[in-house]
Design a protein around this ligand. Structure first.
Ligand SMILES: [Mn+2]
Length: 279
């Protein structure tokens, strides 16, 4: 699989942000992620949620060797001195019951305030708590702060109830995709809401995942950063030693595959995602 001309250089970064790997789902691009992790080192690695797809695993256990390899790779990086912070998302919310717990050198946190090398503060969170706000943006804007906070609390409560009943979590990204015409508006709405949350916490930026749409963007005075995913786009956010943020799209392993093959595969995955979620 590895091409002879493979580039073995390792980039040394200050911080690496990765989310939405969905280990345990067949769509997870674990080979690409392993390849990426081999080529990148960071003092701090922040896992921004949905690393493990607990929902998928509950329905049918799918845990090939590659999934173990990813976990092992991360644990090895922790042993070698990297600080690893794991912020659970909605698909790995079973970890939300363990805030502050360390396992194998990985610390679990509900949220994380990242201090950039340039002095900027970034609020780091997964982002699913804002689903309900995004869906009902106009109504909530009309009702004001109290309704907004209440809606978030209710959404978190409902998610816990649905989890106990074994019902799947409502998925923002597939929902937005199903409403293709409006998807851009919804993403814009999500970004606005999350940026507002950063402002409420006196941060100058926000780093989140959840909607599988990687981007670095200025929204007013807030820098909005989304880590994307390892189901389709294979993206991560890197912070360099001077505080510069970079969006990396990892294509290296695709060296062997033709363009057509790669895009055909993406189409298949998207179709698969949509039919699975609709079921
Ligand atoms: Mn999510």
């Amino acid at each position: 699989m590895m091409a002879a001309q493979q580039d073995n250089s390792v980039r040394k970064l200050r911080t690496l942000f990765i989310s939405d790997v969905h280990l345990g789902s067949k769509a997870a691009k674990t080979d690409y992620l392993l390849d990426f992790l081999r080529h990148h080192e960071a003092e701090t690695i922040v896992l921004v949620g949905d690393i493990v797809d607990g929902w998928r695993l509950k329905r049918s256990w799918y845990w090939p060797q590659n999934c173990n390899d990813v976990v092992q790779k991360l644990l090895r990086k922790a042993r070698k001195g990297a600080r690893i912070v794991y912020i659970p998302g909605n698909h790995d919310e079973f970890l939300r019951d363990f805030p502050g717990v360390h396992f194998g050198g990985i610390e679990v946190a509900q949220r994380y305030m990242h201090e950039g090398a340039d002095g900027r503060k970034y609020l780091v969170l997964h982002g699913d708590e804002f689903d309900v706000v995004v869906r009902n943006a106009r109504v909530l804007a009309y009702l004001g702060d109290w309704a907004y906070d209440t809606a978030i609390a209710i959404n978190i409560g409902l998610a816990a109830v649905r989890r106990r009943l074994g019902m799947p979590y409502w998925s923002f990204s597939s929902w937005a995709k199903l409403q293709v015409k409006h998807a851009v508006n919804f993403i814009g709405e999500f970004q606005k809401v999350v940026a507002e949350e950063a402002r409420r916490h006196d941060a100058q930026g926000v780093i989140c995942g959840h909607i599988h749409h990687a981007v670095i963007e200025e929204i007013g005075d807030i820098r909005y950063i989304n880590t994307g995913d390892w189901v389709e786009s294979c993206t991560a956010i890197a912070e360099h030693h001077d505080g510069t943020m970079e969006l990396i799209t990892w294509h290296q392993m695709r060296g062997g595959a033709s363009e057509g093959e790669a895009s055909g595969e993406a189409d298949k995955l998207l179709a698969q995602l949509l039919t699975q979620r609709a079921a």
